[in-house]
Ligand binder design. Structure first.
Ligand SMILES: [Zn+2]
Ligand SMILES: [Zn+2]
Length: 571
């Protein structure tokens, strides 16, 4: 983080605490650090704060800024500080002091407010130029649910008004694009407590969107020489022991028992693909083999990290495992990267790459890990593709390339990964007969392109702000009549369109046209076909385009042609 920004934000958190203490006598202050994009302060105040209070606090903060009081550092003996904060009734500061064993501590004073703080801080309150208080939340003291729930006030600060405004606009944009809100508005999916946290239910429009993505993916995989396979959802526990999942991944797995035999519910799709490989004797000529599955997996994610479609407990990956000879590895990794490049260009994503290395919990020899890491690096280096190193964040069976997408408003999302694995082929004794007549080990690449469909759909909703391009829109056309006279005519148009594979819906309700249009706009449907007396007489239609513009007096066949073009060009 930018150090100056850090100091500014931390100083603004002190300023907020001072204002809160001025306005609400009896408040105790806990901690108030700067964080990414802002700052917060935790307060112990039993009535709690309201949104209106935030305005009052902001006003008071501005008054303190105007007086431009100095922010002064004073070194106190620990005992002296102890006495000082005890006298002030700041019991949380006293608790913090109990954990500090230095003989002296720093305190910062501005007017009537003194904080126990390492600093550094701005020289005076007048140096704070642009800030905003953003939200309220509950937070346990020291993040421990056995402790008291405090009230946290979040805010942000910037060196100037312009940057602050830009950030506030960004936050509004984030809110507008929130996939949980849009998911409801566009009737795509739901997640219900009745069913269970982190378990997604797809409604017709969401299911259609997923079908379209999956259909797209299947075709793209066939084009690149992948073969489809399917594995079962549960496998005997012994399989998971052999693979190392039980040892290294157990906390994330679910288990069940059938006829006294223990089974694990798959958290990954690898093992069935390994069994397909093992089903025959393989020769060097057979390789590489690329097995693809839209595989649904179940993982126990902690309830605190679950978030809409972005983090769920059951999801479907566009998963593939490539079994390759060591001499083919470079080409195969490159092929995956090209695949990702092609696909992400279609959705309009830019991306960055990271290489994650060996984690503390892992299987395989040091030599294998080195070889695998080297293979991944060599491909990116030879292509001149920039990447960052992410030490210790690899999968337990091998290092990986993580691909982070940048969405329309600049946020980064982890979706695709490429993992290089020498360990599982060893554990499952995978071999192929090489040209020299010797048995050798294939290398295994685990990879996803979109990643989890759930997450990718969540990212797409936010990336497009719910305005899916025509080729992906669950409903491409909404057809509406102006009066009942045109009802048989629009029904005919509707039938022609769906027969042609256009995803159309019909609105023949006896409602005002304005209302029908407004509802279609809320659903962000790309095209509205509007038919009145004139259109019917001319055997034509009028089309309103979502992003502006109109097609007047166009023939149905020509319009269908246009949508088919949208589909092929994926626009
Ligand atoms: Zn501080
Ligand atoms: Zn795998």
């Amino acid at each position: 983080m930018n150090e100056n920004l850090d100091i500014l934000r931390h100083s603004t958190s002190h300023l907020m605490a001072q204002a809160v203490k001025d306005l609400f006598p009896g408040v105790k202050v806990a901690i108030g650090p700067s964080i990414e994009n802002g700052f917060y302060y935790d307060f112990d105040y039993d009535p709690g704060f309201t949104e209106e209070d935030l305005e009052k606090i902001e006003k008071r903060m501005k008054e303190i800024i105007a007086t431009n009081i100095p922010i002064e550092c004073k070194v106190m003996k620990r005992d002296e500080a102890f006495e000082f904060f005890t006298k002030m009734g700041e019991t949380y500061k006293v608790k913090l002091l109990e954990d500090i064993h230095d003989a002296e501590v720093n305190t910062y004073t501005q007017g009537s407010f003194t904080d126990l703080c390492r600093g550094p801080h701005l020289p005076s309150t007048g140096k704070i130029k642009a800030f905003k208080l953003l939200s309220l939340a509950g937070a346990y003291w020291r993040g421990d649910e056995h402790n008291k729930m405090l009230t946290r006030i979040y805010g942000t600060a910037f060196p100037d008004e312009k940057s602050l405004k830009e950030y506030i606009t960004f936050l509004e944009e984030v809110k507008k694009r929130d996939h949980r809100r849009l998911g409801k508005e566009l009737d795509l999916f739901s997640i219900s407590d009745e069913v269970g946290a982190g378990l997604v239910i797809y409604h017709p429009n969401g299911a259609l969107l997923r079908y379209l993505l999956e259909d797209f993916e299947r075709k793209e995989h066939l084009k690149r020489g992948y073969q489809f396979v399917y594995g079962p959802h549960i496998m005997k526990l012994d399989m998971w022991k052999k693979s190392g999942h039980f040892e290294n991944y157990r906390e994330n797995m679910y288990f069940t028992k059938i006829d006294e035999v223990e089974y694990g519910i798959k958290p990954m799709n690898c093992l069935a693909h390994i069994m397909v490989y093992k089903s025959q004797i393989r020769s060097y000529r057979d390789l590489p083999l690329r097995y693809f599955e839209l595989g649904t997996v179940s993982r126990h994610e902690k309830s605190g990290v679950l978030h809409g479609l972005m983090r769920v407990r059951e999801f479907t990956q566009d998963d593939a495992h490539i079994f390759s000879r060591p001499d083919q590895l470079h080409q195969e990794i490159l092929g995956i990267i090209r695949f990702v490049q092609d696909v992400m260009a279609i959705f309009g994503f830019q991306f960055e790459m990271e290489i994650s290395t060996r984690p503390s919990k892992s299987i395989g020899s040091d030599e294998d890990w080195e070889r695998a890491e080297k293979a991944l690096k060599e491909v990116l280096d030879s292509e001149g593709l920039p990447y960052e190193l992410n030490e210790g964040d690899g999968a337990f069976y091998g290092p990986k390339i993580d691909i982070k997408l940048k969405d329309a408003i600049g946020r980064k999302w982890q979706c695709a990964t490429i993992q290089c694995d020498f360990a599982l082929p060893e554990r499952f004794d995978l071999t192929y007969m090489d040209s020299d007549g010797k048995r050798k080990r294939p290398v295994m690449l685990h990879r996803v392109v979109l990643g989890a469909m759930e997450r990718f759909i969540g990212v797409l909703i936010e990336h497009y702000g719910g305005k899916f391009p025509v080729w992906l829109a669950p409903v491409q056309v909404m057809i509406m009549n102006i009066t009942d006279d045109q009802e048989p005519y629009v029904k005919n148009i509707y039938n022609t369109m769906i027969e042609e594979g256009i995803r159309a819906e019909l609105d023949t309700r006896n409602e005002k046209l304005g209302l029908k249009i407004r509802e279609s706009v809320v659903k962000k449907i790309p095209y509205m076909v509007i038919v009145g007396k004139n259109e019917m007489e001319n055997d034509s239609i009028a089309v309103r385009i979502r992003d502006g513009g109109e097609l007047k007096d166009i023939k149905v066949a020509d319009f269908i042609h246009r949508i088919k073009e949208d589909n092929t060009l994926r626009r």
